[in-house]
Design a binder for this molecule. Sequence first.
Ligand SMILES: Nc1ncnc2c1ncn2[C@@H]1O[C@H](COP(=O)(O)OP(=O)(O)OP(=O)(O)O)[C@@H](O)[C@H]1O
Length: 614
Amino acid sequence: MIRTEPRRTLRHPRNRASEALQSNDRFDALVRDRDTLRAEVADMRKSLEEIQSKHHAEMKALQGRLDDAENKKEHAESQFQKLLERVNTIKSQLGERLREDAEELAQARSKIDELEEENTSIKDQYQAKCGELEQLSEDRRNMSQELSTLRDRTNLSQQNWLKEKEELLEQENYLQSEFEQAKEAMHNWEVLAMEERSIRETLEVKVVDLEEQLASVKDAYEKASTERDSQVAAIDGLQRALQEIQTARKQELRELVENSDAQLEELKQSLQEATKKALDAEKSLQDAQGELERVRPFEKEVKEKNLLIGKLRHEAVTLNDHLTKALRFLKKGKPEDNVDRHIVTNHLLHFLALDRSDPKKFQILQLIAALLGWTDGYSVSRLVWRYEISYVMRLSVCDIRHMRLRFTASYSAASILLKLHKFRPVVVSGPSGTGKSTLLKRLFADYPNTFGFSISHTTRSPRAGEQDGREYYFTTKEDFLDLVSKNGFIEHAQFGGNYYGTSVQAVKNIAEQGRICILDIEMEGVKQVKRTDLNARFLFLAPPSVEELERRLRGRNTETEESLKKRLAQAKNELEYAKEPGAHDRVVVNDDLEKAYAELRDFIVDGDKFGAQQ
Ligand SMILES: Nc1ncnc2c1ncn2[C@@H]1O[C@H](COP(=O)(O)OP(=O)(O)OP(=O)(O)O)[C@@H](O)[C@H]1O
């Protein structure tokens, strides 16, 4: 609306009447203008009042929403505090329990070791005593044999002597009877001499002869008697000697038997004691085994908890590292440095294009702040805080949970990748029979608790005593085939209607446990590992020649003619593949076992770095 100011100018008197008329008209017009203005003012007031009341209502609604949000925030904070308290109490309780269990386990182990040592020493003693017992029985048997031969010989000589004695006695009797006859004859002759003197003279010669005969017979008799006496004395001496020998032998034997009986008794006693001790040891071994069985689940729990603690520690260290890097990066930026406007514009466009709920938006904001050199920590944190608060206040609880899950998943994936940089798996491949198992067995013995084999998946049902995640990861056929379709296996095969396979995740699990996973696989498996993010190192073990390989396979006595042919054909393929550049990081020829082991160990151990990357 155009309004004109009333003009205040001096007019000529002739025009006064007409001017009065004009001024009346103008006055009327002015009155009209004023009225319209008043109406307009009233309208505006009305609309102002309406706006004010609307604004008031909007303010009220906003205040209500703000109050709600604050309540929710307070509630979430109190829940978070409670959870934190619970986590702390669980941590302290678990720590206590873990320490106690570890102590108990160590005691049980040392007890088992002691008992086992005792058991072996008792067994050794028992075996030594058995050997001694056998030796003694052998001695006894030999002596009994000797004694019986001696007895036989004594009996024989005794019989001979008795026979001779009888013969001498017979001779003596015969001489005695002859002497008696001669005496009688002499008597007859003396009677006859009395009667017949004449015959006497003739007979005297006979008498002399007879006397001579008698004398000689007497001599013979005396000789025989002395001989008999000496022989009797010899027999007596012999008998005495024999008796002495017999008594000495008997005494010796008695002593021997007594000694061996005593030794036998002692051995029996020590055997009984040893058996008792062995029984006691077995009982305490069983107790210890029972104890071990009881402790085993705790051991697993302890391991899991330790793992968890390790993971948490590692996460804390990584986060700290990231924070330090971010701070350093923020501190380094200078506003006067050349800022690439193109990059900033791109980031800004990206920021605007992203959905509000996308967490990347926050990261881009941080990046822009760093690029523009907003080194003032306070203003950056205020900006970030304001953005965060305004963003978080628009999120529902469900969104927050979802975000946390997404963060945890991506964080654990990143954590595994970090672990795979430190604990890099080693793929040891090579034709069957080159000596992989022989060398790896030695390496594991030299470096205990350093390496691990991945646990395989299987679709077969668990057997008694088997545990999921210990002997195998037991899975269904559907899940197994699903994982196959997602390239989740390094190697897989079917035996007797069941599937078996080595999964990529199983290898990652070994790195998660802080061990180097050793994969003893074939060429196709090697290629598959290269397609994964396992960050593995590759060693190829080659035989000195195909002929030597065949000799070793035959020497192992594990192959049929058919399987041998198959293995040799496969060996040729593997040797061809190994010639391709970059197929393996190291090729070791196993011609000399010591040399090959040194090369394999040097590559895997890598000066105690085990191939770790920064
Ligand atoms: N340097 C060597 N010299 C002579 N014999 C060897 C040597 N290395 C290994 N062997 C022998 O070769 C045979 C095969 O070795 P081994 O079983 O370790 O092979 P492998 O590569 O593990 O076979 P597979 O892949 O079939 O299990 C064994 O009998 C082993 O004793």
